[in-house]
Design a protein around this ligand. Structure first.
Ligand code: GMT
Length: 382
């Protein structure tokens, strides 16, 4: 198939899922066009079957807010018409599903082209931003106008029906993992450099937005140290709460044990030396970062909200605690870090659980869904 994929270019989240999907589809012989406002972080290899198209938004003194959604719709029209797309798959509803609806109407008028639109809901497009009254009607309408809708977890599917009056059917296709890339590998010199005294390694990866609760990660870590465990905390990523977390480390006097590594592409290298992964998020529809850790055989301690329980299994691949219950998270962290047998079992279970989200199988689900949606559109239009 000739498929257009639209996404945000950011590290993590929906941008990663969209880019990995693009790369896997290309490997399976499909022709892919990726559309975004900057080259997606994970689209960093040359691939003859993937063409990257950048949306450029012209500024004009009148525009305090340049109309990105319109520039995107216009570029989508170009893609549909000049690249002869069979299907357009947009990731994150805002504004992608709306721009896609507009592009579909325009191309239908101009060329009678009936390209099917698939929208994948990822999270904050529903739970935080999408249900805000300033966007709600448009998001609801755009989701209903898509020819196929998927959500990355059961939780997100339920939330979407609860928060919006959606008539469209929403199919759950979970996020997936490249089990080859995300596996524990030998990084002993990296481990030695970071942990000269063979300290335990705790890792957190996120965009440091408030919802990720990075200060709680630091609080849990401080309690781990207080329990006499020699440990280092590696924080991967960057964002609004970084300074707050840095200040917290200074206040607690634990800066020597905490490393802020910034944004990193090869997360699996850090995960390879990790003993424990912390993800205490206040909202998480899936928790791709947890799945990446589990795939590298790292037990996870997470909050028990959103889609996290669909990924991290309490008592099996790690532990889940109530939201903001730092004491609970610290208690379980100490339990895992001080019991070698328990740690080994959970590490093994984590990898096994990650295998259920095997990239190849999940991408096949997307392909079947594309075929179903395309046939549906053909049938409807006679
Ligand atoms: O929360 C983020 O880091 C970004 C956000 C996004 O929409 O790009 O992530 C959401 O999508 C990810 C991929 O499907 C999910 O794994 C995250 O759980 C989800 N984030 C939230 O719901 C807060």
């Amino acid at each position: 198939m000739n498929i257009g994929i639209v996404c945000y270019p950011t590290f993590g989240g929906s941008g990663v899922v969209a880019t990995e999907l693009a790369k896997t589809l290309a490997k399976k012989g499909h022709t892919i066009h990726v559309l975004s406002y900057a080259r997606p972080a994970r689209l960093n290899t040359l691939d003859t079957d993937i063409t990257y198209h950048e949306v450029s938004v012209n500024s004009y003194p009148l525009f305090e807010y340049p109309p990105y959604a319109l520039a995107l719709a216009s570029q989508m029209v170009n893609l549909i018409e000049f690249q002869d797309l069979d299907l357009l798959h947009v990731h994150y509803a805002i504004p992608h599903a709306t721009s896609a609806y507009l592009a579909k109407q325009i191309t239908r008028e101009r060329t009678k082209n009936k390209v099917p639109i698939v929208t994948t809901l990822h999270g904050t497009d529903i739970t935080l931003v999408g249900s805000d009254p300033s966007y709600k009607h448009v998001v609801e309408f755009s989701i209903d106008q898509s020819d196929g809708v998927t959500a990355v977890s059961d939780y997100l599917r339920r939330e979407t029906y609860d928060r919006f009056d959606i008539k469209n059917e929403i199919r759950v296709i979970p996020n997936f993992i490249d089990l080859e890339r995300f596996q524990k590998s030998n990084k002993s010199h990296f481990k030695k450099a970071i942990c000269p005294d063979d300290e335990k390694v705790i890792v957190h990866v996120s965009n440091f937005r408030k919802v990720k609760r990075v200060p709680e990660v630091v609080s849990v870590f401080a309690r781990i140290l207080k329990n006499g465990i020699k440990a280092k905390l590696l924080l991967v990523g960057d964002g609004p709460d970084r300074q707050k977390a840095e200040q917290q480390c200074r206040d607690l006097g634990i800066c020597g044990n905490v490393r802020f590594l910034g944004k990193l592409e090869q997360v699996e290298e850090v995960l390879s030396i990790a003993d424990l992964f912390l993800i205490p998020s206040g909202s998480e529809t899936f928790g791709l970062a947890a799945l990446e850790a589990m795939s590298c055989s790292v037990p996870v301690i997470s909050s028990n909200i959103g889609g996290l329980p669909e990924v991290n299994v309490h008592g099996e691949t790690g532990y889940l605690c109530d939201l903001d219950d730092v004491d609970c998270m610290a208690e379980y962290a100490v339990k895992i870090l001080t019991d070698e047998k328990l740690h080994a079992t959970m590490a093994k279970n984590a990898r096994k659980r990650a295998e259920k989200f095997n990239q190849d199988a999940v991408v096949e689900e997307y392909i079947h869904f594309y075929e179903k949606v395309s046939n549906g559109v053909l049938e409807k239009s006679g």
